[in-house]
Design a protein around this ligand. Structure first.
Ligand code: ADP
Ligand code: MG
Length: 289
């Protein structure tokens, strides 16, 4: 990380809502993703077992309400639609377990609930039917995230969660290209969804199912090949890579830990400001070309 670049750039950047690090507290009115809007919504539910949606969502919300993950928030929000108006609280979850990069597990009303991605189900030895596999492929092809639900060891539901691209994301990538900046998507999401999103935004290089340490390793690998690397991220899991990068840029509405790890904060959370930040960095830190 190169604080020098930031210090020199601050004056100009501040007037454009870009650089600034240290100093005033950031007011983050809403959270956002990096390429996506950051407000994931459940858009489809497929039940594989005979169960009513109200019971299904009651159980998974009771588990997910204990998670801070944006996908968990999307699920809980959606579950409210089915909630009993007489009794608007979720059941108590026991033995809650958050499996980073995978999902959650808990006991709710004596049932074992697992909510997460395919690799979590494989890890927990839950059988995934060919039908469910096909549903996942379809969901991922639409650039949505497929989440699987297991109840008492049986795959019970498949959710499709959508987080649309930020308007202008595609244009930013194309402007960066014209500035000879190559963009790469690095995400914890699955390969199918990541490839679809990358395609929508016009990026050819994708690394999916990346753990936080993988993101940082990738940055170091690119640096070792002689490249100067800027990393843009919003989450806790982006922090090691933000630190490793020559220039770490945090989305202003992202998590505090990401902001802490970054050299540059995009105050307005606009992806367009990545261009301004690179421009300023190039002026103040000549290695970035
Ligand atoms: P990202 O790089 O996209 O922030 P994460 O490491 O946060 O990735 O998550 C990776 C994947 O793990 C998600 O796409 C999702 O499939 C699964 N996952 C993580 N947390 C949860 C959760 N609370 N509920 C369901 N699925 C989850
Ligand atoms: Mg994230």
């Amino acid at each position: 990380a190169t604080p020098t670049a930031v210090m020199v750039g601050t004056g100009v950047g501040a007037s454009q809502g870009v650089l600034i690090k240290g100093g005033q507290a950031l007011e983050s009115a809403h959270k956002t993703g990096t390429l996506t809007i950051g407000k994931p919504l459940v858009v489809n539910t497929r039940l594989l077992k005979n169960m009513v949606l109200r019971e299904f969502y009651g159980l998974i919300a009771a588990a997910e309400v204990n998670s801070e993950h944006p996908l968990a928030k999307a699920i809980v929000e959606y579950a409210k639609k089915f909630r009993d108006e007489e009794n608007p609280v979720w059941a108590e979850a026991q033995n809650f377990e958050s499996i980073t990069g995978h999902g959650v597990k808990a006991i709710v009303q004596n049932k074992e609930i697992i909510v997460g991605n395919k690799s979590l189900m494989l890890k927990k030895k839950i059988d995934i039917s060919i039908d469910a596999e096909e549903m996942l492929t379809e969901i991922e092809g639409l650039a949505r995230t497929g989440i699987l639900v297991s109840i008492d060891g049986k795959l019970t539901g498949v959710l499709a969660i959508s987080d649309p691209l930020k308007p202008g994301a595609r244009e930013v990538v194309s402007i960066l290209k014209s500035m000879k900046v190559k963009s790469i998507v690095v995400t914890g999401d699955n390969w199918g969804t990541a490839n679809s999103i990358a395609k929508e935004v016009g990026i050819d290089d994708v690394i999916a199912e990346a753990k936080p340490e993988h993101k940082a390793e990738k940055v170091k690998e690119l640096q070792a090949s002689g490249l100067v690397v800027a990393m843009v991220g919003d989450g806790i899991n982006d922090s090691p890579a933000l630190v490793a990068a020559d220039v770490g840029m945090a989305i202003g509405a992202g998590t505090d830990i990401a902001i802490e790890a970054a050299d540059i904060v995009l105050m307005k959370s606009n992806l367009e400001d990545v261009i301004t930040a690179i421009d300023l960095s190039r002026k103040t830190f000549t290695r970035i070309r």
